[in-house]
Design a protein around this ligand. Structure first.
Ligand code: NA7
Length: 539
């Protein structure tokens, strides 16, 4: 650890890693606190998730207006959303507008990936080293790295040998990619794969989808917003944001208080038909209260959605392949779709179930399965992320006595309120593990404001070192684990349970996600702030 004593290029009150939605807002708050700050961002511009994920068809599954920042009335007044579920370019334009409006870029260093962050206990500072070797110090380290920002390629032999064009959806090129008339493969059928497939199918000469696990997809029902409608939506902003504060996961939709079998079959089916015909996540997060806890209830809604798939896909064999058999509806992230199932009725689209015919290797010309050789011009990897902890694992973060965060979290993350870890003083995580996710910007705003209140408190009281006590970390971690008990979601492999078949050591399910309600989470955090952060060690 001696070399961290070499002089750093500059010192800041706070260093923020990442210029996505959380890093951008954190920078605004740090300025308000009168603190010097530098944000390091690997990309060439702001936007995080919405900067990277430029794949065809990328868009919100949350209502655009409910997903935007709410902290500035001026910003709310001047930005008009064009679609109920904005496509990625619109969202990126919005975030670029925010960066312009608040003159954020002058404190953001782009094309700067952080390689390591080491705590120096004697000096009570963090030393942050970029991949270039440039070195900086700060009193506080704020990670704004996002839960889904470490993309993973599939562990299939020969991935590097393909001579055509190949892209991971997250690392999509900035120039348009044409699929017109081309032979295209998509591997992966999560939320990203589904959005990609339904878009690529429009122009590809031949699209072959390699599916390992089908997901339960339901209609997004997106549409354009007229200027008059935008006026009405804007007039309703105070009530809308208030609603997002009260719902379980900060969405406009929230759990129905009724149990699935508390209503008649007729009423139940009518409710589900209405949800299936409504925009957005309602069918997932606005459904009967027990669909994710009661097996019979979960089976009933799964059967309902399975029948929808059977009605929409003409070939019954293909329909059966598209119906999940190893998990119930909603126990994994529900991809929102627009004519996704109808894509499989097109003559230019083929579904390959790689459980039946596993992929052997990627070749120079395409993909070899156990029973065929496929030739492709383009391969799209929609193979997901080393989620939640992966973006931390990639950075060599070392706390007191040089302990590595990655080692500390080997058996799963341990946190205090999802924000701090004992042994890692002055490090605050935005959207880290164990934090309410849902409609993420809503949680981000609370998260950033809570961290900023803590920093303001530290500044006002001359506090130089903030650490979460080990007992508090243990208690919060135990609490988060207990919230997962009885939830069907935690019985299923997915990024939400920390499983990634392509990453060594990530084959065992963990509790990485807070499964309580966002209002409860915020109330807990706010109670701590109200005591002057007494649960924390402040020195
Ligand atoms: P997901 O939801 O993790 O989906 C990744 C997909 O890729 C999924 O269908 C995987 O199948 C598949 N996959 C991964 N590795 C392989 C290999 N080696 N072979 C074949 N297929 C593979 O990621 P997304 O990007 O779609 O979505 C992540 C979140 O981002 C999403 O939920 C939104 O909240 C935003 P598997 O299911 O593992 O069998």
């Amino acid at each position: 650890m001696d070399d961290i004593r070499e002089p750093a290029a500059s010192h800041f009150d706070a260093i923020v890693i990442g210029a996505g939605i959380s890093g951008m807002y954190q920078l605004i708050k740090l300025r308000e606190l009168g603190m010097t700050a530098r944000v390091f961002e690997a990309g060439t511009d702001v936007g995080g998730t919405w900067y990277w994920n430029r794949y065809p068809g990328a868009r919100f599954d949350s209502e655009s207006y409910s997903y935007q920042y709410s902290f500035s009335q001026e910003l709310l007044a001047e930005w008009d959303w064009q679609e109920h579920f904005a496509p990625q370019p619109e969202t990126l334009r919005y975030l670029q507008h925010v960066a312009d409006r608040f003159d954020l870029r002058r404190d953001i260093q782009f094309s700067s990936r952080v390689a390591s962050a080491w705590w120096d206990d004697k000096a009570s500072t963090w030393t942050v080293t970029l991949e270039t070797g440039a070195r900086f110090t700060s009193r506080f380290l704020i990670t704004a790295v996002g839960p889904l920002s470490a993309p993973t390629m599939p562990n299939i032999p020969g991935v590097d040998s393909f001579k055509g064009e190949a892209f991971h959806t997250y690392k999509w090129p900035h120039q348009p990619v044409s699929f017109a008339g081309k032979r295209v493969a998509v591997i992966g059928t999560g939320a990203t794969g589904v959005q990609t497939i339904q878009e690529v199918a429009k122009t590809a000469g031949q699209l072959t989808v390699f599916q390992r696990t089908p997901n339960w997809c339901t209609p997004l029902h997106n549409r354009k917003i007229t200027p008059e409608e935008m006026q009405r939506i804007r007039a309703d902003y105070p009530a809308m944001f208030q609603r997002c504060k009260e719902t379980f996961s900060c969405f406009l939709h929230t759990t129905d208080p009724r149990g699935t079998f508390e209503v008649s079959e007729q009423e139940r089916l009518a409710f589900w038909e209405a949800l299936y015909a409504s925009p957005g996540f309602g069918i997932w997060v606005g459904n009967f209260k027990d669909i994710l806890t009661d097996r019979a209830a979960n089976k009933a809604i799964s059967d309902f959605v399975a029948n929808k798939i059977r009605q929409r896909v003409k070939d019954p064999v293909t329909a059966e392949k598209l119906i999940p058999k190893n998990h119930g509806f909603g126990t994994r992230r529900v991809p929102m779709e627009t004519h996704y199932y109808e894509v499989y009725n097109q003559p230019n689209v083929t579904l390959v179930d790689i459980n039946e015919t596993p992929i052997r290797r990627i070749t120079e010309t395409g993909i070899e399965t156990s029973d065929a050789q496929y030739a492709f011009d383009i391969i799209v990897y929609a193979t997901g992320f080393d989620a939640i902890t992966g973006s931390f694992d990639r950075i060599d973060i070392r706390g007191v006595d040089g302990v590595k965060l990655k080692d500390r979290w080997k058996a799963g993350p341990e946190t205090y309120l999802g924000v701090m870890v004992d042994g890692f003083p002055n490090m605050m995580m935005l959207m880290g593990p164990h934090m309410a996710l849902g409609n993420i910007p809503r949680s981000i705003e609370h998260n950033v404001e809570w961290v900023s209140d803590l920093l303001g408190h530290a500044k006002a009281h001359g506090v130089k070192r903030i650490e979460a006590p080990a007992q508090q970390v243990q208690d919060w971690t135990d609490h988060v684990k207990s919230l997962a008990e009885g939830l069907l979601t935690f019985e299923v492999n997915s990024w939400m349970t920390g499983v990634n078949s392509n990453v060594e050591g990530k084959q065992v399910r963990i509790v990485a996600r807070y499964a309580g309600s966002a209002p409860e989470y915020r109330a807990r955090c706010d109670a701590v702030a109200a005591t002057g952060f007494k649960e924390l060690e402040l020195a």
